[in-house]
Design a protein around this ligand. Sequence first.
Ligand code: F6R
Length: 611
Amino acid sequence: MCGIVAYIGNQEAYPIILKGLQRLEYRGYDSAGVALLDQKLTIYKKKGKVAELEGSLIGKNLHAKSGIGHTRWATHGEPSDRNAHPHRSPSGKLAMVHNGIIENYAPIKKELQNKGYVFESDTDTEVLLYFIEDIYQNDATSLEEAVRIALKRIIGAYVIILLDEAHPDTLIAARKGSPLVIGIGKNEHFLASDASPIIEYTKEVVYINDYEMAIVKPDELILKNPGNERITPFITKLDMELAAIEKGGYEHFMLKEIFEQPTAVFDCLRGRLDAKAGTIRMGGIDKHLDLLKEAKRIILVGCGTSWHAGLLAEYVFEELCRVPVEVEYASEFRYRNPVINPGDVIIAISQSGETADTLVALENAKNQGAFIFGVVNVVGSSIARLSQAGAYTHAGPEIGVASTKAFTAQLTVLYLIAIKLGYAKGCLSRDRYLHLIGELALIPDKISEVLKSAPEVAALAEKYKDARDFLFLGRGYNFPIALEGALKLKEISYIHAEGYPAAEMKHGPIALVEDNLPVVFVATKDAYHDKLISNAQEIKARKGNVLAIISENDTVFQDIADETIAVPAADEMLAPLLSVVPLQLLAYYTGLAKGLDVDKPRNLAKSVTVE
Ligand code: F6R
């Protein structure tokens, strides 16, 4: 939520910041702004996407060697020029960008208003900036110290970066709960919410930890803890190429990422699964195998699509490992005072590794003694660093706001863990174990086959794009896929959609069925297939339209359904890796047919770093 970029060095700051904001736009696109410092501080900001800011600045003198920029996902105050960042302090000498939420801004604002301050915006950010400047001026202290004092009073999450007209050679940044990466160049530094604005300039980065402050000059990076002690920056080498964050000829990132799934799943299996030798090697699992084997309970924690991956993993772990499993929405889990016992293992699932609810839920569980295992995509992210062990999903950067390849990669990792653990615990016969790993190895090619149905799915999308509602039904392993299909369609096409276990339909949702309501059945062949056929008949009897994702050669469903999309045959447990793909395509093509911005759906942001 909200993307921030800053630069200090010898190059022109504006083009670097602008390009960085474009890369971070997935984090929010309600408004954008930059503050540039060339003797005097100049701030430009505009409601709307980064392109609108860029357009409004054509012809302006944007010369500056340091600057800060922001792309906003609104929390406090509607999207407007006034509420856009950077904000300016009352003296006009400081500018600040912020990602996060200041929860106790209201009492601080009151105090400042009592002192005579008048606010220009409705944001919590401006309150923090005014508070910092008040301390800076009245306590005759350095800006660094003023920031430190102010932050001691702040409740909430933040990354802030400040630019000070009096000290053009220094940026001050601080973090708690929101991400910040600093790229180290030659006599220059780049600051950003993630590494994507940085990689074309340098591969050497420092991930800033919670409660750390950075004092950044062109040729020096000083890190300090809240006690004002210096910390040695830990430099990491980025393992990411520029091409990975560009569209590579596709019209949208979402389509590119859907089509990258054969590679994403392959990369996830690479070096881990050896079908010929019949082995699964995973460093994070091998090292903690005994602990995992002895787990009394596994608790899967995530949000949104990652929660759906967790729900499917519940079915898989219980089946293969015979261990009790619970799946938790991180936002509920963190506040519910859950019972955590010794022997509980938490598996955290997150693409970004920065989701605020997931992060705090894990911190709480870790404090209560749970062991945290991370299934994360973004290397070096907060959740990855908080986890005691983990397995990266290796899906590569996911930029489209709707999660696609990260989901199939999460499932792949979770399957690998469950199969390995189930076999190690003796819950799986060797035959079943070898069968499953053999089947898993075939999945990347089978996804490639499914992708060939894209034109068929596009035609379906065109036909049903004006529907008001959609119902998605599935059972067993395909129930989480029905939820995921509904979520994708809602996000990208703004059509109301509900996912349900197919058998639950009779307990309420069937009342929604009327002439031509599109009902999508996730109906690949499995133990429930006959039951699903009956459910589809029930929809047909009420004049709904049945759209079904089926296994190839399923003539029974072909006869019942109005529309079918076939996927290759696969083990029923692994079939979700195939059945989800046409649903991702359906959402994409429906959004496209409706003329919507599929990479930046309204109101959403990719990395949800606020509550
Ligand atoms: C849906 C989507 C979101 C995320 C959720 C969790 O397409 O992308 O529902 O899955 O915000 O994000 P991560 O996985 O980054 O923790």
